[in-house]
Design a protein around this ligand. Structure first.
Ligand SMILES: NC(=O)c1ccc[n+]([C@@H]2O[C@H](COP(=O)([O-])OP(=O)(O)OC[C@H]3O[C@@H](n4cnc5c(N)ncnc54)[C@H](OP(=O)(O)O)[C@@H]3O)[C@@H](O)[C@H]2O)c1
Length: 396
């Protein structure tokens, strides 16, 4: 697609969709026009001309003049149906939906090969930080060791407020909800699912692995207490929710999402409030760090704007590392140092620590620090994400 006019069919006009409308109005991308916008609820006041709106997705899918679908709806299964149908009809697709991409990455790559349509999703992983294209283009040939960081602004905001303002978890969450940083149901953010979806997208480009979400362990911050924050503070650390994809051997990776203690010498220590930060340990160029807005109406709209321009210039993802390293697998047996705080009397031995290094008491229960591995954590995940129990990495 060489400088072809982009006639856009937009699905969704919420936080992200209306952000795109605003940035397109002010940036004025040549040869680009939003032809139709499909929403779900009739009668809502909308910041666009009524004749642009429809409740019928077929008005976009059936329109041969619409050559690009931008998908910004909140429901992953519906989004997949719309996106895959659009691609089968020869339309290019830009999506912000990390869950939809992470749940269906294999199928979406196959659809791109089958149909020749392009799929871009820069806005789905840390929004305004241009990380997907950096990995896909700049680091396409360089072997990367590790990608990690703060991929979820909601949980980072909560942790920052618990640390800085000494709020308890519930107070910090209510504040995040009042400011629009957290949804009424914040589960995906605070349980680490949102960060995991982004990790899955990024790992496909950084390490060439394509994994299903259920294969990656995610522990969140739902049961964190002030005593955990204070414990970290005594070691000059802050707790951050960190997704990690790390190369162990040539074809073996470790991948998980867990809270972790981050020391003050580390770049992620000062990534506070709703900001995101990404750390990349590369093969030849040392460690790099990216910081920016990982959510919000205009920052996310800006990432979609950039994808539109890339599409207009004929850009598409080549998944070079996946095509070269298709045999890469996950290794869940590597040792991991973990802090576990649980109510007094909790059967800590069930966690099967290989080695316990420290035991102690906090106002919220007893803790142990010891060595375990991802397999053991996964086997005990039901227990370890239960009420009153908090687990985090302890290898700062
Ligand atoms: N919010 C962010 O900062 C951010 C950042 C990066 C990525 N994302 C991702 O972007 C997507 C959208 O997020 P958002 O915050 O913009 O959500 P949102 O504010 O809830 O807006 C969702 C929009 O989608 C419409 N919609 C829902 N189901 C639909 C369907 N089946 N057909 C047509 N329209 C439908 C809704 O219509 P009504 O207006 O009629 O309800 C609404 O306009 C999500 O996948 C999210 O994970 C969000």
């Amino acid at each position: 697609m060489n400088k072809t006019p982009l006639n856009i069919g937009l699905f969704g006009l919420g936080v992200v969709g209306s952000g795109l409308v605003q940035v397109l109005e002010t940036a004025g991308l040549p040869n680009t026009n939003i032809k139709k916008i499909c929403v779900r609820t009739p009668g809502k006041p909308r910041p666009v001309a009524p004749e642009k709106l429809t409740l019928n997705p077929m008005e976009i899918l059936d329109d041969p003049n619409i050559n690009v679908v931008v998908e910004t709806i909140s429901h992953a299964e519906n989004a997949f149906q719309l996106v895959s149908e659009a691609m089968r009809r020869g339309k290019h697709v830009i999506t912000a939906n990390k869950k939809m991409v992470a749940d269906n990455l294999h199928e979406l790559i196959e659809l791109q090969q089958l149909t020749g349509s392009t799929l871009l999703y820069e806005s789905a992983a840390c929004a305004a930080i241009p990380i997907v294209r950096t990995l896909e283009s700049h680091f396409a040939a360089e072997p990367l060791k590790r990608i990690s960081g703060i991929f979820n602004g909601t949980s980072n905001y909560i942790l920052s407020r618990m640390n800085g303002q000494k709020l308890d978890f519930q107070e910090a969450l209510s504040q995040a909800q009042a400011l629009g940083f957290a949804e009424q149901d914040p589960s995906s953010d605070i349980d680490g699912d949102d960060a995991k979806y982004k990790l899955i997208l990024l790992a496909a480009h950084s390490h060439g692995i394509i994994v299903r979400p259920e294969a990656v362990l995610n522990f969140g911050i739902r049961h964190i207490r002030r005593s955990d924050i204070e414990f970290a503070g005594k070691h000059n650390c802050r707790i951050k929710l960190l997704p990690v994809c790390k190369r162990i051997e040539r074809n073996k990776l470790m991948m998980f999402v867990m809270p972790a203690m981050v020391s003050e010498s580390h770049a992620l220590f000062d990534v506070e409030e709703e900001f995101n930060g990404i750390e990349l340990e590369t093969g030849y160029s040392g460690t790099q760090f990216y910081r920016g807005r990982g959510a919000g109406s205009q920052p996310t709209g800006s990432a979609i704007l950039s994808d539109l321009l890339a599409l207009q210039n004929g850009y598409r993802y080549r998944y070079l590392k996946h095509n070269q390293n298709g045999s890469t697998v996950l290794d869940a047996e590597q040792p991991l140092r973990v802090y576990l705080r649980a109510p007094h009397g909790f059967p800590l031995k069930q966690l099967a620590f290989v080695h316990i290094e420290q035991k102690g008491e906090t106002p919220d229960g007893s803790y142990v620090i010891g060595v375990t591995n991802l397999n053991t954590l996964r086997l005990n995940a039901g227990l370890l994400t239960g009420n009153g129990i908090f687990a985090m990495r302890y290898d700062f």
